[in-house]
Design a protein around this ligand. Structure first.
Ligand SMILES: Cc1cc2nc3c(=O)[nH]c(=O)nc-3n(C[C@H](O)[C@H](O)[C@H](O)COP(=O)(O)O)c2cc1C
Length: 172
């Protein structure tokens, strides 16, 4: 699948079949994640992949944005202490969010190319998720990505194009 086809074909999938995702596929997605760019090549992300049903239920309870019943969820967290050490104040405040988003997009595009569906989730309680997953204090969840075999593929939401860009200067 070429990159533009993957970019345009990926959808946020919120309805999954019961089929689990093979571990080798999950590892492939992790590989895609860690090949994302990161500020100063900091690689301060840390990943917890949840597949076990009891933990999934608990995670859903602290994640209002996590819809449907995905067989797997990538919890993308960041080592905030390491990020501060590497990038100063800007690290934990902004760079970690950007790095997590780039890793999430790599996971989603790779998953789409493998025939899997995904949805990125920002609507969850980071403190509660960290506690559930036994994360030490400096490890803070930043984004989640649900992964599964799509039961329904939603139609593409309309994209703005002509009205969102200019060359050389804003409104130019
Ligand atoms: C930063 C960010 C946070 C998001 N959080 C959620 C979420 O909590 N729950 C959800 O169902 N979708 C979430 N989404 C998915 C968007 O709703 C979705 O990308 C958008 O509607 C466009 O649809 P598409 O991804 O199919 O192109 C999020 C997307 C982004 C980029």
């Amino acid at each position: 699948m070429d990159v533009m086809t993957a970019i345009k074909g990926r959808r946020s999938v919120r309805s999954f079949t019961d089929q689990p995702v093979d571990q080798d596929m999950l590892l492939k997605l992790l590989e895609a994640a860690v090949w994302a760019p990161s500020a100063g090549n900091g690689q301060t992300w840390r990943f917890v992949i949840v597949t076990e049903e009891t933990m999934m239920k608990k995670l859903k309870m602290v994640s209002p944005g996590l819809l449907g019943d995905p067989p797997a969820v990538f919890v993308i967290a960041q080592d905030m202490a390491l990020s501060k050490q590497k990038g100063g104040q800007m690290g934990p405040e902004t760079l970690t969010k950007m790095d997590s988003a780039m890793a999430a997009q790599n996971i989603m595009l790779a998953a789409h190319a493998m025939g899997l569906g995904t949805c990125v989730i920002a609507s969850f309680h980071p403190g509660a998720a960290a506690k559930l997953l036994d994360m030490p204090e400096q490890i803070v969840p930043t984004l989640m990505v649900t992964v599964g075999h799509p039961a329904v593929k939603p139609p593409p939401p309309k994209r703005l194009f002509e009205e969102v860009y200019w060359f050389e200067a804003y409104n130019g």
